[in-house]
Design a protein around this ligand. Sequence first.
Ligand SMILES: [Zn+2]
Length: 201
Amino acid sequence: MNKRWTIKTIDCYDSNNHNNILTNDYVYRCLKKTKLDCYFDFNVKHSDSYETRPWLNDMWPWPENPYEVVIFTKGTIPGCLFSDDTKYIVGGADINGKRCSVTFSYIDSQIEIGARIIHEILHTYDLDADGMTSREYSNFIIWLSKNNKKHLRFVSDPNAYYNDWHYLGQELLCEYYRYLIETNLQISWWTKLLCKIMRWF
Ligand SMILES: [Zn+2]
């Protein structure tokens, strides 16, 4: 499996036409907060090139190549269009083309932005990134009970993580993504060990 992914930050403006604050360093920090960056080989760079493609009823920017993600704010992007109906839609994955498009806004926490990027990437490996509380739930609980007691106790208390969705909720989501990665993708034992050590810090 290819784990090299390029994250492209594109020039764009928020709805108040403020300059984009999304620097490459900021994106690296967001990915680091998920503690899942150790499974991938991320390269974040600024880019002005993207293609516009329909997504739901809108026109979104998309990367031109496989294993690329564009990240942007919904605002004034040449050739793009964002409607009110899709204001809660924050990402998309082109599974066959292996590329993703992700939006962020200024109220999103860092871990939330990082988790969102990884969420869409997992879709391109055909993993059920949406299934934490449905299809994959029972297997996830079994995995958590062996691997992460701290988060296990939150799963049985949805109020705890829904009330703290930007932080605790995202941590739990990231544990779910870890479960998907470790049980479905080809990850070497030493990468698993390295990722385990990284979680202690
Ligand atoms: Zn999804």
